[in-house]
Design a protein around this ligand. Structure first.
Ligand SMILES: [Zn+2]
Length: 281
């Protein structure tokens, strides 16, 4: 269940550019592992491209709105919407190898506009309070970071705070809505690491992913990325929201896929870095 326009754009991009190839090649594929449509490395690389495209389309819509909307005006007015949709279409038709008759093009541009509008609408104090209180009520009055389980304190300690530490599960900057359905409490350390990342493509390229040096941030980011990946997969498989998936999975310590002893898994960089790359570099 998709809750944010940026999230919808990501899935539309994947559907348009990745899934048809999986389907068409699955039947005839007799090649080596690298070309296996189910291969995780390929999946990783393709999803990284989807993420890069998604963020570029939304960034373009945001920049365009910033240029055309006078200060104090509402960005969602029709002329601004039409102008932005046109600008995004022009922007992406060539790099994405699309034609103006492609039925996905208008959908991409429209979702990029909706994402840019969502990016400009932060959570109200009432929504933040309500999201925070709901998280506390599920944990006996204590508020904990949804990523690392660090206890932030009892709900009473925060009830007069204006700036409650909440994370947009789908980042606001990339079209995440500011409603309770997209907010969970987060600690400062995790918030600082996660920033606006939208998928498990932590470092940007496959090469970086496989050969990244062993830095403390690198390991922590890998944990966050794998955790995020597991939640996104659960949400998609079970047709639930990202928030429901994160709540079902729990903090990353409880996720077996990110335990360091599973060193034989290609994408578990924690073990590979600590045991091997440290000596190589
Ligand atoms: Zn945390």
């Amino acid at each position: 269940m998709i809750t944010s326009p940026g999230e919808a754009l990501w899935y539309h991009l994947r559907h348009r550019f990745i899934e048809p190839r999986y389907r068409s090649e699955a039947s005839e594929d007799e090649e080596a592992d690298w070309a296996d449509p189910a291969g995780r490395l390929r999946q990783y690389a393709e999803e990284a491209l989807v993420s890069a495209s998604c963020t570029r389309l939304i960034s373009k819509a945001r920049k365009h709105l910033k240029q055309i909307v006078p200060a104090g005006s509402a960005t969602c007015e029709l002329p601004y919407q039409e102008s932005t949709i046109d600008a995004v279409k022009q922007f992406c038709v060539d790099p994405l190898g699309m034609s103006f008759s492609d039925r996905y093009l208008g959908r991409f541009a429209s979702l990029a506009f909706d994402s840019a509008v969502a990016a400009g609408q932060g959570a109200s104090p009432t929504t933040r309070r309500s999201a925070f209180r709901e998280a506390a009520s599920r944990a006996g009055g204590r508020v904990a970071c949804y990523l690392c389980a660090t206890v932030l304190g009892r709900w009473d300690m925060f009830k007069h705070d204006k700036d409650l530490p909440l994370d947009h599960l789908w980042p606001q900057a990339f079209g995440g809505v500011s409603g309770e359905e997209n907010l969970l409490p987060i600690c400062d350390a995790c918030n600082g690491l996660k920033k606006d990342r939208i998928t498990w493509d932590v470092y940007g390229t496959v090469h970086d992913y496989a050969l990244r040096l062993n830095t403390a941030d690198g390991l922590a980011l890998t944990r966050l990325a794998l955790h995020r990946r597991a939640a996104a997969k659960l949400a998609e498989d079970e047709q639930i929201s990202l928030k429901e998936a994160f709540m079902l999975i729990g903090p990353y310590q409880e996720l077996s896929a990110v335990q360091s002893d599973e060193s034989d898994w290609f994408f578990n960089q924690i073990a590979h870095n600590a045991d091997v790359l440290k000596d190589l570099w």
